[in-house]
Design a protein around this ligand. Structure first.
Ligand code: F6P
Length: 518
């Protein structure tokens, strides 16, 4: 019986409460594992003096958690250093912010090696291993080096930049070549797929054959699997939150009276375009003074990676810009912008989304952006709000009925806010219905089952494009062209057997969800 083993940098244990986690990745992985059961391995989020030499798995329901602490030096070099000062800005096309040191890189490789050593004793021969995110790029290579032959998949939750950008990173050729140790590499969008394959070809001489890429003895399939949310659960949460008028929703919305609300919700991260968004809201109020006193922007921005200097600077700048705009544009009884730097429960957020006439989601670059999908899911279908979405969020490739904007163009974003607030109900309904159909047909169950079916050999879908509102249907058989062959049948002992056990049922369950609407 195949067991799912998920590996991610951060593991959220169930008892830690939902407020803290709330990144798209954490929510998605928890729902995948709670449904299928399995093992979740990664960093506890804590540090201790000595590196652990083994981990003690703990079972909660169907999921077994195996977490390890890092030393403070590892947290500095692996997490804050290489992952978040080198890879994060680089992957978000921000070469100017990229800080590389050899010490950080050595720490990053060291933690990946240690994760491999700690994970191996927990593995069974038929396990299917699913590794997540940029912190763990070389983990499969480390596992292979130690003789692991299981199927190993990777999902990259953030953008992957073109070779010209990625290649600026010292050791980029070595790092990108380790991707070939995976059997299936999932990316958010076709653009990311093209960039990764292009990078492997350009930087380490890999050979490309459609969506397969060969480097040395190994061949990986690279495919887009746009991540989704649990639409139905989030919709219900929003209805319940508004009905119960929970404290944050009541306290935020009661003083608004008939005023309109524009909402932004993001980790306090420079990739999210928060400062540019505040400026755009100021420009909107300057250019359209008739809206002053009638609408407010609520920006919820829980602090993130506060030990990284660029994040400290962003914290300062967002306060400064909001303060300046409020002083210039506010009235004694009206504050145009509120920036709240704390995390709220998902229930409170869902209620606020439903109350807001406009969802302002304008990252400068983003892998997918699940806030965009959550905003749509939370809307009242009889009187929906309008989503304004950056063209540089992966979600824009699916959600074409949003008002799509260039976040670098303050004037364009300001005009989109005006258009959204004035949009007739008939047009809001038309756009909402199509957006909702898209997020429902590519929800989190669809994402998980489509990826796991592909990784476990049931189905490697061919082609990458998931057109807005009309995702590609799953194939019902594994035959047909070369592209539909399962990943790496050659060297993996269990892979040539027909898929069986859990992931067969995963796929069967996925079919009704899969993409007819849209
Ligand atoms: O996918 C983006 C990501 O880095 C996730 O790994 C993580 O859950 C989220 O952003 C929040 O980041 P951090 O774990 O650094 O707080």
């Amino acid at each position: 019986m195949m067991r799912l083993v998920v590996v991610s940098n951060r593991v959220t244990m169930p008892e830690r409460g939902e407020k803290v986690a709330a990144g798209g990745l954490a929510v998605a992985l928890r729902s995948a594992l709670e449904e299928h059961g399995g093992l979740w391995f990664g960093w506890s989020g804590a540090t201790k003096a000595e590196p652990a030499s083994s981990v003690e798995p703990v079972r909660h329901g169907k999921v077994t958690y195996a977490v390890t602490d890092l030393t403070e030096a590892e947290r500095q070099s692996y997490y804050l250093g290489f992952a978040n000062r080198a890879l994060w800005p680089l992957m978000h096309y921000r070469l100017g912010l990229t800080e590389f040191t050899r010490t950080d890189y050595a720490g990053y490789l060291g933690v990946n090696r240690r994760f491999a050593r700690l994970l191996i004793p927990l593995l069974k021969p038929d396990d299917i291993i699913w590794i997540h995110d940029y912190h763990l790029i070389p983990l499969a290579a480390e596992l292979r080096r130690r003789g692991v032959t299981n199927r190993i998949g990777y999902f990259h939750h953030i953008p992957w930049p073109p070779a010209e950008v990625f290649g600026a990173l010292p050791f980029s050729a070595t790092l990108i070549s380790t991707m070939a140790a995976y059997d299936l590499i999932g990316m958010q969008t076709p653009n990311d797929v093209a960039n990764l394959i292009g990078g492997m070809v350009a930087l380490c001489g890999a050979q490309r054959d459609g969506n397969r890429v060969r480097s040395g003895q190994r061949k990986a399939v690279v495919q887009a699997f746009p991540i989704g949310i649990d639409v139905e659960a989030f919709r219900k949460l929003a209805v319940a939150s508004v009905r119960a008028a929970t404290q944050p929703v009541r306290a935020t919305t009661a003083p608004l009276g008939s005023r309109k609300l524009v909402i932004g919700v993001d980790r306090l991260d420079y990739s999210k375009g928060i400062v540019q968004r505040l400026e755009a809201f100021g420009t909107f109020l300057r250019n359209h003074p008739e809206h002053r006193g009638e609408v407010g922007l609520l920006q919820i921005a829980p602090p993130s990676r506060t030990d990284v200097p660029e994040y400290v600077e962003l914290d300062r700048m967002s306060d400064e810009v909001a303060g300046r705009l409020n002083a210039a544009l506010g009235e004694f009884d009206w504050t145009p912008i509120r920036v709240v730097k704390k995390a709220y429960s998902r229930s409170a957020l869902s209620g606020l989304y439903r109350r807001a006439q406009v969802g302002l989601v304008t990252p400068m670059r983003d892998g997918m952006n699940l806030v965009a999908k959550e905003y749509v899911a939370a809307q009242n279908p009889d009187d929906p709000g309008v989503l304004i979405l950056s063209r540089f969020a992966g979600a824009a490739q699916q959600l074409g009925e949003a008002l799509i904007v260039n976040p670098f163009d303050t004037h364009e974003v300001a005009e989109a806010i005006r258009t959204a607030l004035a949009m007739p109900k008939s047009e809001r309904l038309r756009r909402f219905e199509r957006l909702y159909a898209t997020i429902s047909s590519t929800d989190i169950a669809w994402w998980t089952s489509r990826y796991l079916a592909a990784l476990s050999g049931l189905d490697i879908p061919s082609g990458d494009v998931v057109p807005p509102g009309r995702p590609k249907p799953l194939r019902s058989t594994r035959k047909s062209g070369a592209d539909s062959k399962p990943a790496r049948l050659d060297t993996l002992p269990q892979a040539s057997r027909p898929a069986h056990g859990k992931f067969a049922s995963v796929r069967a369950k996925a079919l009704p969800n899969a993409p007819s609407a849209g």
